[in-house]
Design a protein around this ligand. Structure first.
Ligand code: 3SK
Length: 511
């Protein structure tokens, strides 16, 4: 029988193709690296350790992990064993980890040591977790990754069908309730064969650096499956991608491909204006997560000599389906459909939108998710036959290029990651001095979205109100979601039925 287990193509194949000793992954700033043979063996041993620990095919394991060499070994180890890995955002707050761990019923949690304290409050009352394994420095109350895999048999890859669920990713919902997005084995190959091949055009000579982390669908393709598909080398950066560290890493690690998000590109451009551009053999730079401001793209090009190819993807479609290309680029647009994907725009009347008319973007491609875990109604609303609704509003120009026009709901992205105004508002009103709150996207100096809060006070504001609310929001819903601006108002605009009219606040913020 032939198997479509994604580990066959992304990992084991390289041994037969003569790349056993080539470096698959290396860590920036440490001396650690993993050859293709070591990745195959490490993943096989993880598979053996999972089965030895009594974790069975189709059970879920949660991964709250930094971008280190253990990530690809664990991810593919799980796939080899038929176990379903769930990479989870490392910037979340304990209540959100609690919700995800319960929703997924993960039986094991793998957590990087520096993240353990952030996840710990979610562990005590969890009825499903059988084991917690810490990667990196030892934590007394948990098992170490080293001891988890020590002495385990290196397992063969178990057969899988193309339609078998391989892994999940969590996507934030408009109420802040995360949804488990289930992806099948064949989806990984589908993104590598489309965007990976036609837009990145990776070869075995490439060295890829992604500021976007592996827990994010964008980073998972950039720093794991696309380079592995091509036999290229990935540089993993485990820390927070500050503009200074990224510029230094471009010089020290000499990548040929760099994958960023607009907020980071904007900050790196500002830094390069002060300190100059790095010497690196870059040939391709890509951006996603939110629309790239035209000016940032042009300034990056003039400083580095390389264009940024802006594109748009989604967790539901696994990677980018609309993009600019090296030989067909128009800044200020999201480009055209990636070969292998088809898109449609549907207007408010439910009809195909004409050129120049705004409509919701729907996409059809082989990497679409199987659905949301245990959320039938939301799955039915999003996955309509072969078409996946994106919730993004777009306009198609007469030249066939697409221009981003906002969301069909109130969601927005900060540094490429979703923010639900609702959940930030809930966090704000749980602070004792806040009676009511409304959150909208406002634009920073680079034209990029950041949360702005309007609050009605219940009690006198302390002098450090902004700092207190920042900390409060970060610890409740996630580190990137805090409001960058806070305006105290007497009341909030509402509909007759009491719904906050965020559009009025958006208008007030921009006028
Ligand atoms: O936000 C995006 O544009 C994106 C791109 C690739 C994969 C996943 C996402 C959400």
């Amino acid at each position: 029988t032939t198997s479509a287990n994604a580990a066959d193509f992304f990992v084991d194949r390289h041994l037969a193709e003569g790349r056993a000793d080539k470096i698959a992954h290396q860590e920036a700033r440490t001396a650690r690296s993993l050859s293709f043979a070591q990745l195959a063996e490490g993943a096989g041993r993880v598979a053996g350790a999972l089965l030895r620990a009594g974790i069975r095919p189709e059970e879920r394991i949660a991964m709250v992990m930094l971008d280190t060499l253990e990530f690809p070994q664990l991810f593919f180890g799980a796939l080899k064993a038929g176990v379903v890995p769930i990479p989870i955002n490392t910037l979340l707050a304990a209540p959100v980890y609690d919700a995800i761990l319960r929703d997924s019923r993960a039986v094991a949690l793998f957590v990087s040591a520096p993240l353990y304290e952030a996840v710990k409050p979610a562990l005590a009352g969890n009825p499903y977790l059988k084991t917690v394994i810490v990667v990196g420095d030892e934590v007394p109350e948990a098992q170490s990754f080293g001891s988890f895999v020590a002495g385990a048999e290196v397992c063969e890859t178990c057969p899988a069908s193309p339609d078998q669920v391989a892994f999940w990713l969590y996507s934030s919902g408009s109420t802040g309730q995360p949804k488990g997005v289930m992806h099948v084995h064949s989806s990984l190959r589908a993104t590598a064969d489309t965007y990976g091949k036609h837009v990145l055009g990776l070869t075995a000579e490439d060295r890829v650096l992604s500021a976007a982390k592996l827990f994010f669908a964008y980073g998972l393709g950039n720093a794991m499956t696309f380079p592995l598909a091509a036999g290229a080398t990935t540089i993993l950066f485990g820390g927070r991608p500050t503009p200074g560290d990224m510029l230094t890493t471009l010089e020290t690690e000499q990548p040929t491909v760099f994958c960023g998000v607009p907020t980071l590109y904007a900050a790196m451009v500002a830094e390069m204006d002060r300190s100059g551009a790095p010497q690196a053999p870059l040939r391709r730079c890509i951006s996603a997560g939110e629309a790239l401001p035209e000016d940032v793209g042009r300034r990056w090009q003039s400083l580095t000599g390389v264009d940024i190819l802006d594109g748009v993807g989604s967790t539901e479609m696994l990677h980018i389906f609309l993009s600019n290309r090296a030989d067909d680029l128009a800044y200020g647009t999201s480009g055209t459909p990636v070969p292998g994907y088809e898109v449609r725009l549907v207007n408010e009347a439910g009809q195909e939108a004409a050129d120049g008319e705004i409509g919701e973007l729907l996409v059809n491609g082989a990497s679409a998710a199987m659905g949301y875990w245990n959320q039938r109604e939301k799955s039915r609303q999003t996955f309509e036959g072969v078409w996946t609704r994106t919730g993004d509003k777009y306009e198609r120009r007469a030249d066939g290029r697409f221009i981003y026009c906002g969301r069909t709901d109130d969601m927005f992205k900060v540094s490429g990651i979703w923010v639900s105004p609702f959940e930030v508002e809930q966090a704000l009103v749980s602070h004792p001095v806040v009676l009511e709150a409304a959150v909208v996207a406002a634009q920073d100096d680079h034209g990029l979205d950041k949360p702005k809060a309007f609050i009605v006070l219940e009690a006198e504001a302390p002098p450090d109100l902004h700092a207190q609310l920042t900390e409060h929001v970060k610890s409740r819903v996630g580190k990137w979601k805090y409001p960058r601006w806070i305006e105290v108002v007497d009341d909030l605009p509402k509909t007759a039925t009491g719904k906050i009219q965020r559009f009025r606040l958006r208008e007030a913020s921009t006028s």
